[in-house]
Design a protein around this ligand. Structure first.
Ligand SMILES: [Zn+2]
Length: 431
């Protein structure tokens, strides 16, 4: 296939009248449209206004999709223990399947081609199958909770780790290696030391399996961890093995200088979730300091109940604006940096090779956008447009591994309308 338009190949490369040629699962060529049309005259052609790498949502909770809007304007730990965990604990396998499918559809429809997905304690198979059905690329894992958790979610430590291992054996590398496994403790508050150490051990036993958890999102959370362990949260995670180049920590809003040193020295990845941090009033993550220290910072929407959208373009905008206002500096976190966080940095965090930029030989995960609306007129600078003016609804085309998942705005291979109808029916009980 030959995709043409203004090609934003990476944060530093924009080709007006450009094109991207896809062959199989990878990108064959990127360059000027005219030359590539001459070189590949028989390729099927698609034309969009902007062609870009697919976005990487590096912290998502697809299975919370039925809870969009159920707990607005609520403090984080109350939000979690009074609303979200009870919902997760009561969901059936069918509800999990529908919620995960809805989440992946929203992602694909709005331009996210890869996600790092934090599932729930039970029915994780449903989300893996849903990811396979929709075709999204995902690093994902069943949640571990073996301490101070609601009864419906509380697990025996060995059972939780054994179930994780079963899922690794079944799904790590599944669906043409689009789906990979991350061992996923909920957070240090609801996981015992044995559970956290067991997560590290399990990840070490399987090539390419990573670790994903929440860390230092909220002051109440870090106080609880300090009370239990006598240590700051990141030091505790480091102590039990949950730092390193295969670890992705969501949030990291409240860290001191010594914790940031640990993150940098160990090569731990951080996912910034600006909308969620603002909505739950968690605070402002020190993103600029992390980037200065060489820490890889990706971007995530977090879950539908704390955002309440999985739009990756809104998230780039929020990330940039939040740092500008925090620093009282309009040059802070410019469009190019936000774009890198949402593409190449996310790909590095998720651990997929040759992903996050449009380059020959790299994975064909590509989005096409329309700009034929008043809001999108004029486009002076395509990169700025993607970060500050684009909405997910502008995405008309989404491709993962060379396979078209969204074609002229329509999801391919899944009956999106019936998924939405089923989701609304299931969700009514949680309102
Ligand atoms: Zn989260």
């Amino acid at each position: 296939m030959l995709l043409s338009g203004t090609v934003v190949a990476d944060s530093a490369t924009v080709i007006d009248n450009g094109a991207v040629v896809v062959d199989g699962t990878t990108i064959e060529a990127v360059g000027e449209r005219e030359a590539l049309v001459d070189q590949y005259p028989d390729h099927e052609r698609r034309e969009y206004d902007i062609i870009a790498p697919g976005m990487v949502g590096s912290h998502i909770h697809s299975v919370q999709s039925l809870g969009r809007g159920i707990a607005d304007d609520t403090e984080l730990l109350d939000w979690l223990f009074d609303h979200i965990l009870p919902m997760e604990g009561s969901m059936s396998a069918e509800e999990m399947r529908t919620a995960a499918t809805l989440g992946y559809l929203e992602l694909v429809e709005s331009g996210t081609t890869t996600c790092i997905d934090h599932l729930s304690v039970s029915h994780a198979d449903q989300a893996f199958e849903a990811a396979g059905e929709v075709g999204i690329r995902a690093l994902m894992g069943k949640v571990l909770m073996d301490k101070e958790s609601p009864e419906a979610l509380q697990e025996d430590t060995d059972d939780a780790l054994a179930e994780s291992e079963r899922l690794i054996q079944q799904y790590h590398g599944a669906f043409g290696d689009r789906v990979r496994y991350a061992v996923t403790p909920r957070f240090a508050v609801t996981c015992s030391e044995a559970c956290l150490r067991g997560a590290r051990q399990l990840a070490d036993e399987y090539d390419g399996v990573r670790i994903h958890t929440h860390a230092s999102e909220n002051l109440g959370e870090i106080a609880a961890v300090e009370k239990d362990t006598g240590m700051r949260n990141v030091h505790w995670l480091d102590e039990v093995g949950l730092t390193g180049e295969d670890v992705v920590l969501a949030h990291c809003v409240h860290t001191d200088a010594s914790e940031r040193e640990v993150l940098a020295e160990t090569g731990t990845h951080v996912t910034h979730c600006p909308s969620s941090n603002m909505k739950l009033a968690s605070g402002i993550a020190p993103v600029l300091d992390y980037l200065d220290r060489g820490i890889n910072v990706a971007l995530g929407n977090d879950g539908p109940p704390c955002n309440n959208t999985l739009d990756p373009f809104t998230e780039m905008r929020q990330a940039s604006l939040l740092q500008k206002v925090d620093e009282l500096n309009p040059t802070a976190l410019p469009a190019a940096t936000a774009f890198e966080m949402s593409t190449i940095n996310g790909a590095k965090a998720a651990g997929f090779e040759n992903l996050g930029e449009l380059k020959p030989g790299w994975k064909a995960d590509i989005v096409g956008l329309r700009t034929d609306t008043s809001r999108a007129t004029p486009v002076h600078d395509a990169l700025s447009h993607l970060v500050f003016a684009t909405h997910g609804d502008d995405v008309a085309f989404t491709m993962v591994d060379g396979e078209v998942l969204l074609d002229d705005g329509d999801v391919v291979g899944v009956d999106a309308e019936s998924v939405r109808a089923q989701a609304q029916e299931y969700a009514d009980q949680y309102s």
